[in-house]
Design a protein around this ligand. Structure first.
Ligand SMILES: [Zn+2]
Length: 402
């Protein structure tokens, strides 16, 4: 028998992951507007008895099988997430993404997908030493199997090789571009999708590198206590990202070949090679002591004058990770027909196909997609055989954040 408390916990995590509010779920299970969200709140807190009827209704409302809700508490433990500019990130949205990662982690475990072990080295040097961070970036490049002077061909796949589970970020967190944390030691990274409501390729690349930076540099640290701390930590992750994508020596060699002057046209050419934004290259050249603060300011002014703050020239192709898609394919033993792999995975774990397919959807996002809950209508597949009991304690998602 799964206890009401354990079921309640699973209801909450899945509801958060699917971005459904308590009142929306109450409406879905009672068929009417409920004055308050008391019912769902009681269920989630384990204070409401759950008979077979209520279990089925909850499962329909959450688009999962009843067995999924009976599987017992999530026993995975997550570290606190690193977010770009997270001070102003909406706590509810962060909870939703964390819950979704928790479910993705459970699905990966349940399906026994073959993971690449976490290869991200851990930083033990002085975080205030820029050169130490540069050396560390070289070390991580080696771990990701990138040749010393080579351009990072695909940063998402580099993250795959380092053992990260890279999932798209579709929510208002999109404007924060990225988020990372470890669940039971597995690094999870979220990156915004491309498109109108998403981000260009060079920013995706920078974000994924930045998040790898957090996972290597800051894994031993508690979240920053002050805004100044947060800024320092962000700068460290930025420094890592630039050094990871554009190591000093080959970048400078390229720049010298182009005439050795820091102009917008030189930077545009370097962007075409290294897949790093012109503005980020200005920061990079300042980091490397090639230009001073005044020269950087002058370049920023020229960038702004040309309207490049909004749209930079030299577009960088958007990238996609490959590990999860391949692992699902392999699990389904189908050839490239990914829809089929998703169908099979969803059926085995007892979730809707939509829930699973979102994790491999890297298509362009339109502004309407942002913050859209999972549609409530959809097929539910029953899998009596997938029943499994879990055990152990988990910190409730809501009390786990900063
Ligand atoms: Zn960050």
């Amino acid at each position: 028998m799964t206890s009401p408390a354990a079921i309640g916990e699973r209801v909450r995590v899945l509801r958060l992951a699917a971005n459904i509010s308590q009142s929306e779920l109450a409406r879905a299970i009672t068929g009417r507007d409920v004055p308050s969200n008391k019912l769902v709140s009681q269920i989630e807190n384990g204070r409401h008895p759950i008979d077979d009827d209520l279990l089925s209704t909850l499962a329909i409302g959450l688009q999962c099988t009843p067995e999924f809700l009976l599987r017992g508490r999530h026993d995975a433990v997550s570290t606190r997430p690193w977010l770009r500019a997270y001070a102003d990130a909406n706590a509810k949205t962060v909870d939703s993404v964390m819950a979704d990662d928790l479910i993705a982690h459970e699905v990966i475990t349940t399906l026994q997908l073959k993971r690449i072990p976490d290869q991200i080295p851990l930083f033990h040097d002085d975080l205030n030493d820029g050169d130490a961070i540069e050396r560390f970036a070289d070390e991580v490049r080696v771990a990701a199997d990138i040749a010393p002077d080579a351009v990072v061909g695909n940063a998402m796949r580099a993250a795959d090789r380092l053992g990260c589970v890279v999932l798209p970020l579709v929510s208002e967190l999109g404007r924060h571009l990225g988020m990372s944390h470890r669940i039971d030691g597995v690094p999870f990274v979220r990156v915004s999708r491309p498109g109108e409501g998403g981000v260009p390729g060079d920013r995706q690349r920078f974000t994924i590198a930045h998040e790898i930076g957090h996972l290597g540099l800051h894994s031993h640290m508690p979240p920053p206590a002050t805004a100044a701390d947060a800024q320092r930590i962000e700068r460290q992750a930025h420094r890592f990202a630039s050094a990871f994508l554009a190591p000093a020596q080959p970048l400078i060699e390229d720049w010298e070949r182009l005439g050795g002057r820091v102009t917008l046209s030189t930077l545009a050419e370097l962007k075409a090679t290294w897949g790093i934004a012109i503005k980020a290259l200005v920061v990079r050249f300042q980091q490397l002591g090639i230009i001073d603060a005044d020269q950087a300011t002058s370049l920023y002014k020229q960038i702004s004058k040309r309207g490049w703050n909004k749209h930079e020239p030299v577009p960088t192709t958007n990238e996609e990770p490959i590990w999860l898609q391949r692992a699902l394919d392999r699990r389904a033993r189908t050839e490239p027909a990914i829809e089929e792999a998703v169908t099979i995975a969803a059926r085995v774990v007892g979730l809707s196909e939509r829930m699973v397919s979102r994790w491999i959807d890297w298509s362009s996002v339109s502004s309407e997609d942002v913050a859209l809950p999972i549609p409530l209508e959809g097929r539910i597949r029953r899998t009596p055989s997938s029943r499994r009991e879990g055990h152990g304690e988990v910190t409730p998602i809501s009390s786990r954040r900063r």
